[in-house]
Design a protein around this ligand. Structure first.
Ligand SMILES: C[S@@+](CC[C@H](N)C(=O)[O-])C[C@H]1O[C@@H](n2cnc3c(N)ncnc32)[C@H](O)[C@@H]1O
Length: 160
């Protein structure tokens, strides 16, 4: 399997792509939580999000979602509950096994698949513990392995 990594504004990257170029686009755009993601005192003062520069956390406009859906045959969009994406049958609920009650217990992904909704339990510890020098909202590799298995190939007849 070939992988390519681009360090580029995604709008710049997508603008020259033909329609339906990718079979699936999995996007994890900024949720635009602003102060809600960097609040807290006492123990919360040291939470991962408080130690990071969060200036990137600017919610994308409708043009991002339009362009993403233009270049992808199917999309999976994390944080779908923060955006106006319309009804969806097959949402994904990721149970993060978060033990702190004042942190999100799960994350919601909006998809355009016509399949039953999904629930998956995968610990986010790998992504957040000792991650001061990492990305503050990193998602576990295992979660993406799951998405590609369920939506990419596994249940639909191919290899991951
Ligand atoms: C919620 S985080 C994604 C975290 C990622 N899923 C991971 O596991 O590390 C959103 C990311 O989108 C990036 N971003 C924001 N606007 C962007 C744009 N126009 N083009 C490309 N990336 C952008 C931010 O810098 C941030 O790293």
């Amino acid at each position: 399997m070939r992988s390519e990594v681009y360090n580029i504004d995604c709008m710049e990257f997508m603008k020259d792509l033909p329609d339906k170029y990718f079979s699936i686009g999995i996007a994890d755009p900024p949720y635009g939580l602003d102060k809600k993601s960097t609040q807290g005192s006492g123990k919360l003062k040291n939470r991962t999000l408080n130690k990071h520069d969060m200036t990137w956390d600017v919610r994308p406009g409708q043009e991002f979602f339009d362009e993403l859906r233009r270049v992808c045959q199917h999309v999976i969009i994390w944080g779908g509950n923060y955006f106006n994406l319309g009804p969806c049958r097959c949402f994904v609920c990721w149970d993060k096994q978060q033990v702190w009650p004042n942190f999100s217990q799960c994350e919601f992904a909006w998809t355009d698949f016509d399949m039953p909704a999904k629930h998956v339990t995968i610990s986010n510890r790998g992504g957040l513990i000792d991650s001061v020098n990492w990305h503050p909202t990193s998602k576990p590799v295992e979660l993406y392995r799951y998405l590609l298995k369920v939506f990419g190939a596994g249940d639909r007849g191919g290899d991951i």
